[in-house]
Design a protein around this ligand. Structure first.
Ligand SMILES: Cc1cc2nc3c(=O)[nH]c(=O)nc-3n(C[C@H](O)[C@H](O)[C@H](O)COP(=O)(O)OP(=O)(O)OC[C@H]3O[C@@H](n4cnc5c(N)ncnc54)[C@H](O)[C@@H]3O)c2cc1C
Length: 467
């Protein structure tokens, strides 16, 4: 059996339609088996369509998949979801996973800069403090910085428009201290780009309008905080959030959908009869009435050669996650809470999550081991890349140990390392909005549609609206 023909063991129930059968019923090919593709497949199957998911990797899940390390099942990429409108919780309930929803342990994240470390103020949104004079805000930015944030309510408010960078808007409205010490570490951690290279509009549709409506950034942050339930705005899942994509894949199959892994799509073109012809490396072309693109944006443009791009997709950023399993009893007290944001190049890593201090279920399974995850962006690891992938992995792990020592303020020698894993995510940059026009028989979901994060993906209804 060739690579392109490999089907997951229980994926045989519905055959892929041969050419020209799509007129007999609604047949859909979903390109990409990450959370968005699997969710789209589930929706379509429940609406009565015949669905085939084509996934290039050997397993489904995309950036929400699993990593086995030192006998532990860990999340390889995403590890939590935003509670926001409750869509992920609703989905988990439908999948029978509601009892596994857990809140992170309640210690704050920290920020580590070149000269000082401080806890990130608890009441904030995107690092914007909701109470400018709260003691944790004053500790982080000083009384003058706090005063400057308070003063923002007196500034006139206008939508900054598509060309303004996040750096310009935040500095103008909140001042330099709050921007560099509070907002930048958080926003850079999410968007993997310096504030001065990130369009303010990329912070989400409606952020500019929301700022105008509420009368400023602090007021917008206050409204966003009020809209989310008390406590942490994120949740996890016992066993990791990859449990969600695994359950979705199971349900897709039980509803009669076909999932083909190891099936890298090369192109999707409109056929003469108004349907689509999809080519997969090493296989005969497949026909379907509709195509759903559920791949990162750069791939959308490449795989649809006959569809004019609405704009150039953004250069895909690379994120690298280094997971370390450590014997380090001094971490038992969670010296830097659930994680650390690094500012001003204090380490090559931009952030660290102390996963066993964040998730009780994981601490229980890890027993006396500690698990930390460090994230790097492409720029930070470029100079480690000289000697090829193997050397790079070794030097990255060594760099990660040094960075973890600095960020957690403990001395972590190589002997303390039980196991490590380096996972590179080539298309990690959040998307800016659709890169092609959807049309008859063509839908975009998830990152293809410009959405980032499980909460956004779970709330969308693109597939059915373009049928
Ligand atoms: C390191 C990291 C951490 C993250 N943490 C979180 C988090 O904690 N919470 C959160 O909500 N979000 C998080 N995100 C974002 C979240 O993972 C993404 O928004 C989400 O996975 C996007 O889902 P998707 O299905 O659109 O794309 P993906 O998850 O990228 O899935 C796309 C799938 O398409 C497949 N594919 C690509 N090309 C082809 C092709 N030619 N043919 C067939 N298949 C193809 C890929 O192999 C992949 O399986 C994180 C992202 C990264 C990189």
């Amino acid at each position: 059996m060739s690579r392109g023909e490999r089907a997951e063991p229980d994926a045989q129930s519905t055959p892929v339609p041969p050419a020209s059968t799509h007129s007999r019923g609604r047949t859909v090919i979903v390109v990409g088996g990450g959370p968005a593709g699997l969710l789209a497949a589930r929706r379509l199957l429940r609406a009565g369509a015949s669905v085939t998911v084509l996934e290039a990797a050997e397993r489904t899940g995309g950036r929400v998949s699993r990593l086995e390390l030192d006998g532990l099942a860990l999340d390889a990429g995403a590890e939590s979801f935003a509670v926001r409108d409750g869509d992920v919780e609703r989905l988990l309930t439908e999948l029978g996973l509601r009892d596994g929803i857990v809140a992170p342990l309640p210690s704050p994240a920290w920020v580590v800069g070149p000269t000082r470390a401080y806890p990130l103020p608890r009441a904030g949104w995107m690092g914007i403090p909701v109470h400018p004079f709260a003691p944790d805000v004053v500790e982080a930015i000083g009384i003058l910085g706090a005063l400057r944030v308070w003063w923002e309510r007196l500034l006139p408010v206008a939508d900054p428009g598509p060309d303004a960078t996040a750096g310009e808007v935040f500095r103008h409205r909140l001042g330099r201290r709050a921007t560099s010490r509070l907002v930048e570490p958080v926003v850079k951690g999410i968007y993997s780009r310096p504030l001065d290279e990130l369009p303010f509009a990329a912070l989400g549709p409606g952020t500019g309008a929301g700022m105008v409506r509420h009368g400023g950034l602090v007021a917008l942050a206050t409204a966003r905080r009020a809209a989310s339930p008390a406590g942490s705005a994120v949740r996890g899942l016992v066993g990791g959030v990859a449990t969600l994509t695994e359950a979705l894949a199971r349900e897709v199959r039980s509803l009669g959908g076909v999932i083909r892994t190891g099936a890298a799509v090369e192109s999707a073109r409109r056929s003469d009869d108004g349907g689509w012809t999809v080519t997969v490396a090493g296989q005969a072309p497949l026909a379907a009435g509709e195509v759903v693109m559920a791949v990162p944006q750069a791939a959308v443009v490449r795989l649809l050669p006959d569809v004019d791009p609405a704009r150039e997709p953004r250069e895909p950023g690379q994120a690298v996650l280094v997971t370390l399993v450590l014997d380090a009893p001094e971490l038992a007290g969670a010296p830097r809470g659930t994680g650390v944001l690094a500012v001003d190049g204090v380490t090559r890593a931009k952030a660290l999550t102390h996963a066993t201090a964040k998730w009780a279920w994981l601490a229980e399974r890890a027993r006396d081991r500690h698990i930390v995850r460090l994230s790097y962006d492409a720029r930070a690891i470029r100079d480690l890349d000289r000697d090829g992938p193997v050397a790079q992995e070794g030097s990255l792990v060594r760099a990660a140990l040094r960075d973890a020592s600095r960020l957690l303020d403990v001395h972590l020698t190589p002997e303390r390392l039980r196991a490590s894993a380096v996972v590179a995510w080539p298309d990690s940059a959040p998307a800016d909005g659709p890169v092609v026009e959807v049309g008859e028989g063509l839908s975009l979901v998830g990152s293809a549609a410009g959405l980032t994060g499980l909460a956004a993906i779970a709330s969308e209804d693109f597939v059915l609206s373009h049928s």
